[in-house]
Ligand binder design. Structure first.
Ligand SMILES: Cc1cc2nc3c(=O)[nH]c(=O)nc-3n(C[C@H](O)[C@H](O)[C@H](O)COP(=O)(O)OP(=O)(O)OC[C@H]3O[C@@H](n4cnc5c(N)ncnc54)[C@H](O)[C@@H]3O)c2cc1C
Length: 939
């Protein structure tokens, strides 16, 4: 006993490690219940011996337990998940995860997709971890086996709704599958084809693999399981591959005939998928419960069948007994005993049968009731409605959520009305509070602008309700790759960069802002607001770069690769945590705001649609729903203001339909600069899908590190570091296709991006300049000359910075002829090579095209972000705007990095102004009197 206790006390993993590493993984795989496994992992997850293999095994086992319904809601709420996710983050950071473990973790999340929403609510970092795992997978696709590629694509398809970040891995996986489809098994092929059908709308680039998969499947069809055949058939029907669908149908019919089943068609399969998703009560039961129920049914049948026989026998026996003659009383007992014994035995059997089936039924019912009861209680206490999604047809969860919200609203409304009445009677009321009873600020849009506003409201002691029409917050803000500007920040001071608000204002005003007072707020608040991000959200913004149009290095980013995503997620996570821990914040996604509600001229709330229902919310409104760069319809804002751009592709997400502008216009709000839509020169063209409407954007940094732009003839024609409108303008004058070429030194400086774009099929690696010239169809000498002239200009510039013959951008003179001729000559050169190196130099090259990128125009506002009434020119009470939905700040050409800044600065200005409006004079109506630090509230 003593020895056993001692053994128990030793951590299990170290014990297993004493045997072998594999034993430890096996222990994880053998865990019988999720609760037990989570407990074991909880003991070890932070220890040194717990490595990527254990982590992948742990996620996989939990996923398997989830599949067999052994993962309960209480398990989902376990704190161990957060520690596992933290461990995953640290492995990703330290680069110790490896491709195989990443794929297994991806797979596990795919299997756990039903629980994922609840898990993400409990551990918001899970989303970023999944995004980073996806990035790792995209990075390592070339090391992956065909099976791993297929699994990864399958998992991405399962996760696309709950964790759209995983989509970033899809293009790279698809590009690799294209070459490895021939080596895939039937199962891999069917998984991949199914994933392609599921992902085709969200990541259309995945369709590149379709032909390869469709071609390979017929040769592997005989090795496919019926389930694989069904998946492929469904996918082929969805993808319009009728030939393959018919082939699969025949194969499936044969397989089904063999298995004694009827013919199945694609429609029936879709219906089956649906049925499977809403798994019936019976399939939810564990196998032991099924056995008990089976035994119960047997007992019930036995009782049913035996009852008539027993009744007849009993009747017979009674006749026998009543037939005993008088006078035979002495023998009566002897005659009766055997009959009585038989009746007794039969009664006992009957009793046992009845007892048997009733016990079985009661046991199973109790099990189910316990399961439901527990889930129900959890639902009630946590307001977590995902359970209904699992057990009821779609829609119930959303209805329940809305109903709960309505109950809250009703009570909230009643309380506020009462408070207002009391306040009115007691003469406490300011003019503002009479407008409407508002104890919250409503923010429309969960991009960086909306998140900055909502966090600011909380910081100031208000309450915020954030509504976003997408499944997840983030918007375009998560796509930003260059960084955020700031002049006079702590980071700049640490690096002795001589920048300040005045220099920054001068640079920004070159865009021709119609409202320079807004540009001044943007630049003057930049240092404090960038520092706010660093101080309040622990963001790393320690790197600064100088982008085109800026006269100082002031675009901040951290070591992470996607600054927009990192910054926006930090703010989202903070808001989510505050929403979880306090009543100061609420976030509702899939909520499309479509109408502003007014009381007189003031805006007092909005109507939004969620799950087919219209809901009203009351409070001042901050509109932060982004721009209209994807509003392509016939009566869209682009069609109205820039019909000439309708044919261009875009970098914007499909949510960018200018909803704020449309809602504002509907109540008479003024707009400004709507015709100023920024076209970016470096949209990346995918050679095998050149007409795709949504394009990736090449990060500005690609030009910054020394990328040069060549036309179809191999000539340079512009200053690559010029403003976006200038480079685009020069592209229109020259011959496409245009190529952005990075020599080895330039590519090495930004190698992650170069590889990332190459993996996505939007950039190509050429081992030598000779290969590049051949592919471009120009003589090698053309490229040699272009590089040699560029090199010479750079050297002259070095010797004589201000003596060149051509005007330079932003000021001074340049020696660079191709760009100098345009009047905006190149002054800064980086990573140059002379012509003699070109023939043997490796290049990373992308074909680029102009793309709709950013809307400078939007709702017109004051320096306090108040929307302006078109008729009166005065602020509309209760209506504020921030981010890309606002106009007049950037002029006709926004500088790189100024938009994220605009989101933070005006998000905060709008949040503050809306709070002041709600609080009333002397902050009498401040709902949360003691402002607390965000970090404190989120704990
Ligand atoms: C590819 C790309 C790269 C970029 N790179 C940079 C960069 O490096 N630096 C920089 O400064 N800027 C960059 N920008 C621009 C910048 O990212 C955006 O302009 C900025 O993030 C917009 O933020 P936002 O909060 O205003 O809108 P978004 O981030 O787009 O968020 C808007 C949100 O509102 C929601 N929404 C929309 N309509 C409704 C409605 N009716 N009801 C409820 N919710 C609604 C959407 O679902 C979305 O979540 C880039 C843009 C793109 C597309």
């Amino acid at each position: 006993m003593g020895i056993r206790l001692c053994e128990e006390a030793r951590p299990w993993l170290s014990r297993a490690m004493g045997k072998s590493h594999g034993d430890a993984s096996r222990m994880i795989f053998k865990a019988k219940s999720a609760a037990r496994l989570l407990k074991l992992i909880g003991q070890e997850v932070d220890s040194k011996v717990f490595d990527h293999i254990h982590l992948a095994a742990a996620f996989s086992r939990l996923a398997k337990l989830g599949q067999t319904r052994q993962l309960m809601m209480t398990d989902v709420g376990s704190l161990v998940w957060a520690r596992m996710v933290a461990r995953l983050h640290s492995m990703l950071r330290e680069d110790t995860l490896g491709a195989r473990a990443a794929v297994n973790i991806f797979w596990a999340h795919g299997k756990l997709h039903q629980e994922l929403e609840a898990l993400q609510r409990a551990v918001p970092e899970m989303l970023t971890a999944l995004g980073a795992t996806a990035a790792l997978i995209a990075d390592k696709v070339e090391e992956m086996t065909p099976q791993e590629l297929s699994i990864s694509l399958w998992a991405a398809a399962r996760l696309q709704d709950t964790a759209p970040e995983v989509n970033t891995a899809v293009p790279a996986i698809a590009a690799c599958i294209l070459h490895q489809a021939g080596d895939m098994t039937g199962q891999d092929l069917s998984n991949s084809l199914w994933a392609v059908a599921k992902l085709q709308d969200t990541v259309p680039t995945v369709l590149v693999t379709m032909q390869a998969l469709v071609t390979c499947i017929p040769s592997k069809i005989s090795g496919m399981q019926p389930e694989g055949l069904r998946m492929s058939l469904w996918a082929a029907a969805e993808l319009g591959e009728d030939g393959l669908a018919n082939h699969l149908k025949r194969e499936l019919a044969e397989a089904d005939v063999e298995a004694g089943k009827v013919e199945v068609d694609a429609k029936a399969l879709t219906a089956k998928e649906k049925r499977d998703e809403n798994a019936s009560l019976l399939t939810n039961l564990k196998s032991c419960e099924k056995v008990v129920l089976g035994v119960g049914v047997f007992f019930a049948l036995a009782q049913g069948v035996s009852t008539p026989a027993i009744a007849m026998f009993t009747a017979d026996s009674i006749t026998t007994l009543t037939g005993v003659k008088d006078g035979d009383e002495a023998h009566m007992l002897d005659d009766m005993v055997p009959t009585l014994i038989k009746i007794g035995v039969l009664a006992a059997i009957q009793f046992l049968f009845a007892f048997g089936w009733q016990t079985c039924l009661a046991w199973s019912a109790a099990k189910q009731a316990l399961r439901w009861h527990r889930s129900f209680l959890e639902v009630l206490f946590c307001l977590d409605v995902s359970w209904y999604d699992e057990h009821e047809p779609a829609g119930v969860a959303a209805r329940l959520e809305t109903d709960i919200a309505n109950v809250y609203m009703l009570f909230g409304g009643m309380m506020l009305a009462m408070w207002n009445d009391i306040a009115c009677i007691s003469g406490l009321v300011s003019a503002m509070a009479c407008v409407f009873p508002a104890n919250q600020v409503i923010v429309v849009g969960g991009g960086l602008a909306g998140m900055s506003a909502a966090n600011t409201v909380i910081e100031l002691g208000g309450r915020s309700l954030l509504l976003d029409k997408s499944s997840f917050c983030g918007g375009n803000s998560t796509k930003a790759t260059s960084g955020i500007n700031g002049a006079g920040t702590k980071t700049q001071k640490g690096k002795s960069i001589p920048d300040n608000a005045e220099i920054f204002i001068a640079d920004t005003l070159k865009g021709g802002a119609k409202k320079p007072e807004l540009a001044k707020v943007l630049c003057a608040n930049s240092a404090a607001d960038v520092d706010w991000l660093v101080d309040k959200f622990d963001l790393d913004l320690s790197l600064v770069a100088r982008l085109g149009g800026h006269s100082q290095p002031r675009t901040h980013r951290g070591k992470e690769r996607f600054p927009g995503m990192t910054i926006t997620y930090a703010l989202i996570q903070m808001l989510e945590k505050v929403a979880e821990k306090t009543n100061r914040a609420r976030i509702i996604t899939k909520a499309e705001v479509f109408k502003l509600l007014q009381n007189g001229s003031a805006v007092v709330g909005c109507e939004y649609k969620k799950a087919g229902k219209v809901v009203k919310e009351f409070g001042p409104m901050v509109l932060a729903s982004g721009g209209f760069g994807a509003d392509f319809g016939a009566d869209s804002l682009l069609a109205t203001y820039r019909p000439d751009l309708l044919h261009l592709p875009t970098t914007n997400g499909e949510h960018c339909t200018g909803d704020a502008i449309k809602m504002g216009e509907a109540i008479g709000a003024a707009t400004i600069d709507l015709e100023w839509v920024q076209v970016h020169p470096t949209g990346l063209v995918k050679p095998d899908d050149p007409d795709a409407k949504v394009k990736f954007l090449a990060a500005e940094a690609l030009r910054g590190v020394g990328g040069i732009v060549l036309d179809a003839n191999g000539d340079r024609f512009c200053n690559e570091l010029g403003r976006r409108d200038y480079v685009t303008g020069e592209m229109w004058k020259n011959k496409p296709p245009f190529r952005l070429c990075l020599n080895k030194a330039a590519a090495d400086e930004i190698i992650w991006h170069a590889k990332h774009y190459t993996g996505r099929g939007v950039m190509k690696f050429y081992p030598t300049g000779e290969d590049l010239a051949k592919d471009m169809g120009v003589p090698l000498q053309k490229l040699v000359d272009a590089h040699q002239k560029h090199f010479e200009a750079a050297k002259k510039q070095e010797k004589d910075p201000d003596g060149g013959p051509f005007p330079a951008y932003p000021s001074g003179k340049t020696w660079d002829e191709p760009s100098g001729k345009t009047g905006s000559g190149k002054k800064f050169f980086h990573n140059i090579i002379d012509g003699s190196k070109v023939s043997t130099e490796p290049f990373y090259v992308a074909i680029i095209t102009p793309v709709i990128h950013y809307c400078m125009g939007g709702l017109e506002c004051t320096v306090d972000a108040e929307c302006i009434d078109k008729k009166t020119g005065k602020p509309i009470p209760g209506l504020y705007v921030a981010g890309e939905a606002a106009g007049g700040i950037h002029g006709n050409n926004r500088l790189g990095g100024n938009s994220l800044l605009d989101c933070v600065v005006f998000g905060r200005v709008a949040g503050k102004a809306a709070c002041n409006f709600t609080f009333g004079a002397g902050e009498k109506f401040k709902p949360c009197p003691v402002p607390k630090e965000l970090k404190e509230l989120s704990k």
